[in-house]
Design a protein around this ligand. Structure first.
Ligand code: N5H
Length: 257
């Protein structure tokens, strides 16, 4: 039993640029010998993702569009993956969205549309993706998603995204229960704050990071490499007994009161 992912294929959803957590995951899996399939949402990110995929040592990555708000696109994307690579061994779901104006001030002001949008993209998409991925995971495997502490307790400004992450966390567990009989494990990584594109425009991000450097048990902030290497563990057979679990990769910040 080892960390090698030779002869395995993984779908990575949610690379926006080189700072993306999804890209940290891609590098760790690729270094372990995996073949990768990248999905992106919207033409805006296509070139970034293609350029990044080409920078990997293996030249057989697949890059395809997949807007997770559209069931047809998810079906089409996994249909193409089936045609081109056949069996897959895992999916890294690194997708979230909320209206930026609802990520500050009082949660109370969340609109119905904003609530549904955040839940649609950030939570329901895992279920919709797992349903299609299951059909290609005939040898079993591992599905993982990204969550954040703000789904477990109140973190200022996280607001509707926190409520969506709570829903995502519960979905992860129900999916783990459904898919366990097919040898498919479902887990989540709860990462500490990382300066990604999604974090851009978040007021006070510097002071959030500074607080972590001062107080987290490891006295440093989380890197995409740390998340990537944990994803490698989750995708490998070393984690074969682990499902329905949330791993905090956050320098231990979550244990603080
Ligand atoms: C407590 C905080 C800070 C406040 C909340 C931040 C929430 C961020 C997550 C979502 C995904 C950000 C988001 O949807 C921003 C969009 O409205 C605008 N941005 C975009 O459209 C960019 C271009 C694309 C790439 O973004 C997406 N999502 O497609 C939490 C922080 C301390 C930690 C953090 C930043 C958590 C997290 O969930 O990412």
């Amino acid at each position: 039993m080892n960390l090698s992912l030779e002869n395995r294929t993984y779908v990575i959803m949610g690379v926006a640029n080189k700072r993306s957590i999804a890209w940290g995951i891609a590098r760790s899996l690729s270094n372990a010998g995996a073949r990768l399939v990248f999905t992106y949402a919207g033409e805006r990110f296509e070139k970034n993702v293609r350029d990044l995929a080409e920078s990997l040592e293996r030249s057989d990555s697949l890059v395809i569009p997949c807007d997770v708000t559209d069931d047809e696109q998810i079906k089409e994307a996994f249909g193409r993956i089936k045609e081109e690579v056949g069996v897959i061994h895992g999916v890294a779901h690194c997708i979230a969205f909320a209206n930026v104006e609802e990520l500050k001030g009082e949660y109370l002001n969340t609109t119905r549309d904003g609530f549904l949008l955040a839940h649609n993209i950030s939570s329901y998409s895992l279920t919709a993706v797992a349903k299609e991925a299951r059909q290609l995971m005939t040898e079993g495997g591992s599905i993982m998603t990204m969550t954040y502490l703000g789904g477990e307790r109140v973190v200022n400004n996280y607001n509707v995204m926190g409520v969506a992450k709570a829903s995502l966390d519960a979905s992860m567990k129900y999916l783990a229960n459904d898919l366990g009989k097919d040898g498919i494990r479902v887990n989540a990584i709860s990462a500490g704050p990382i300066r990604t594109l999604a974090a851009k425009g978040v007021g006070d991000f510097n002071s959030i990071l500074k607080d972590i450097e001062e107080r987290a048990p490891l006295r440093r902030t989380t890197t995409t490499e740390e998340v990537g290497d944990t994803a490698l563990f989750l995708m490998s057979d070393l984690s074969r007994g682990l499902t329905g679990e949330m791993l905090h990769i956050d320098s231990g910040f979550h244990i603080l009161g």
